[in-house]
Design a protein around this ligand. Sequence first.
Ligand code: HEC
Length: 152
Amino acid sequence: MKRTILILASILLLAPATLHADRNADLIKYRKAVYSSMKGHMAAISRILRGRLAEYTGHIIDHAEALKQTARILPELFPAGTGFGETAVKTAAKPEVWERPEEFHKAAKRLEDTSADLAETVRSGNVKALREKVGAVGKACQRCHQQFRRKD
Ligand code: HEC
């Protein structure tokens, strides 16, 4: 009985700290899942463009809108305590994410704007400009990675 109480008490005492660490590890897994979804949308867009799928061109609007919405939540995915070595889960995020939050926000905004522009281009039926606009979205990914993501 005494032992059970002791064990229970120590679990309760340790819980807040461990829960917090676990939550930050979960957060890193969550943000990686968000990035994977963005990769999926980009892959879907290039599949439409490269495959013989011209009748699906309208879907690019949906993928671009999804990217735009996701770009908006990116800055929320990097709370303090989720950097490299701070949890049991590895992250490729560079310390610069936390050191230069304004630049990081700008990089996310660039993705938001280029995705919105892509959706608009498809809506307006300007098929000729499509590749260039998709290229601009890809560059927004790349530029942020160059600045804020570790290579390995
Ligand atoms: C505002 C900055 C920023 C933008 C914009 C951005 N990324 Fe990233 N991306 C990162 C960072 C930082 C990581 C590292 C996340 C981590 O490991 O915790 C990452 C990781 C990833 C990963 C790896 C996820 C994993 O499972 O480890 C993929 C895939 C990815 N990004 C794809 C994209 C694509 C595709 C785009 C554009 C549509 C994009 N990213 C735009 C900053 C960005």
